[in-house]
Design a protein around this ligand. Structure first.
Ligand code: SF4
Ligand code: SF4
Length: 433
């Protein structure tokens, strides 16, 4: 199979209304609300979700994660992956049909815009087959402009997870962020305007794994061939009138009556299409959510194994979460500095002390230094640290030159508050004794 079908048949999905399309609207609206609002809604003084790469911090719904929380993030990743495996084993590709960003943007924006500007399926097919007239040209240009605008807004939103949304939209972010926006905009425009269902069929890794993630008891969209066949034969038993409405609405360009196919994203457009046909004939729908075995068995070896793994991961996550220190810190030497000798005979080292709160309350931290001679002086005011925030302050340590016996002396910077302390290793540099 070629990576990308060079003789691709363009899919002109007809519009359809129905129960499951309403579910699409709701799930699409909810997911887009999360996407578009998280960079703007502040929780605890930070965006609801932001990855601050330079500071190496992750803000997520009021919590702040530092590099020392890597284990927590790995556990979240594992829980998400095995959660998706379990969900897929039970509910098949409902993620693809209702929650995948590719489906959401195609269903909620691309197809409605296309239909508004270029008409229903038959009109679109006829116009595309015809010559490039003024009418065809302006419709295509306006449609592609709308797709480009959508791609730009989504890309800006995505990059806002890495930079302040306000700064980015005001044009004041670093140039690199705008290169990222340009790259994602171009990629998304290409996907929305042309690539579309080929992403699911050829590139999506989740789609590739369906064969191993699902079994006969997983939910799929299926055609009832026992009732439906023989199709379209006047006077015969088969209920399918071969109207091909289910095929016309399919965004993947497949005929679900040919049996389960990996291309099916379980969007249920064909279910709603056949419902309209069968309602008129006073018969039950021929297409619906079902399992290949005919029964949905929840307790199976793979669902039990996934549930057990999820339980272990969840227990590990909460154990790590509730036993981690209330504050994280990092001491680094001020860039470019080693030491200086002051006029009063003290050797001076300067550091940057970064503290990150994992607490839900504000705290004030006192700074001390262990491991240096008794006459050591510390210049560092108490650090007021807001809940779930991070701050960096300068720290100056001075030691009488006469008391220094080595060029590099290990020391510990200790911060203390009402309910805890944290010790961080550092070194004090001098000419030595
Ligand atoms: S066969 Fe039906 S459920 Fe599957 S992708 Fe096509 S319209 Fe959606
Ligand atoms: S919409 Fe229903 S009746 Fe029409 S072809 Fe599809 S399965 Fe048959």
């Amino acid at each position: 199979m070629a990576l990308i079908d060079t003789v691709r048949t363009w899919v002109y999905a007809a519009s359809v209304k129905g129960r499951f399309q309403k579910w699409h609207r709701w799930s699409g609206a909810a997911l887009q609300a999360v996407l578009f609002l998280t960079p703007w809604v502040a929780i605890g003084g930070h965006p609801a979700f932001q990855i601050d790469v330079p500071a190496r911090l992750l803000y997520a719904f009021g919590a702040v994660f530092t590099p020392t929380d890597t284990l927590l993030l790995v556990l979240v990743g594992l829980f998400s992956a095995f959660g998706l495996f379990l969900f897929t084993a039970v509910y098949g590709r409902l993620w693809c049909g209702y929650a995948c960003p590719q489906t959401v943007f195609l269903e909620e924006w691309v197809r409605p815009i296309e239909q508004l500007l270029e008409g229903e399926r038959g009109v679109r097919i006829a116009r595309d087959k015809g010559p490039w007239t003024f009418d065809k040209t302006w419709r295509k240009l306006v449609k592609w402009s709308a797709f480009l605008l959508l791609a730009f807004v989504v890309s800006m939103t995505f990059v806002s997870w890495f930079s302040s949304a306000r700064v980015l939209w005001l044009g004041q972010a670093a140039t690199g962020y705008y290169y990222l926006v340009a790259f994602f905009t171009a990629l998304m425009f290409w996907d929305l305007a042309w690539f579309r269902e080929q992403f699911c069929n050829f590139l999506c890794p989740y789609a590739r794994f369906q064969g191993v993630l699902c079994d006969d008891a997983s939910l799929v969209v299926a055609y009832d061939d026992k009732r439906g066949e023989p199709r379209g034969v006047p006077g015969a038993e088969g209920a399918c009138i071969d109207c091909k409405k289910c095929v016309a609405v399919c965004p993947q360009g497949i005929d679900i009556r040919n049996g389960f196919q990996l291309e099916c994203v379980a969007c249920a457009r064909c279910v709603d299409a056949c419902q309209i046909v069968m309602d008129k004939r006073g018969q039950p729908n021929l297409i619906g959510y079902n399992t290949l075995s005919g029964e949905q068995k929840l307790v199976r070896p793979r669902t039990v194994a996934y549930t057990a793994l999820l339980t272990v991961i969840a227990v590990a996550f909460f154990t790590v979460l509730f036993t981690r220190p209330t504050v994280d810190g990092l001491v680094s030497r001020t860039p470019g500095s080693t030491y200086t000798v002051d006029a009063d005979g003290y050797v001076r080292n300067t550091y940057l002390l970064r503290l990150t709160s994992h607490q839900t309350e504000d705290r004030t931290w006192q700074v001390a230094v262990d491991g240096l001679p008794a006459e050591t002086q510390i210049i560092a005011p108490p650090i007021k640290l807001d809940a779930a925030s991070t701050t960096t302050v300068p720290l100056v340590v001075r030691v009488p030159v006469a008391q220094l016996k080595a060029q590099s002396v290990p020391m510990q910077v200790v911060v203390r508050s009402d309910d805890g302390s944290l010790s961080m290793n550092a070194t004090f540099l001098s000419e030595g004794g």
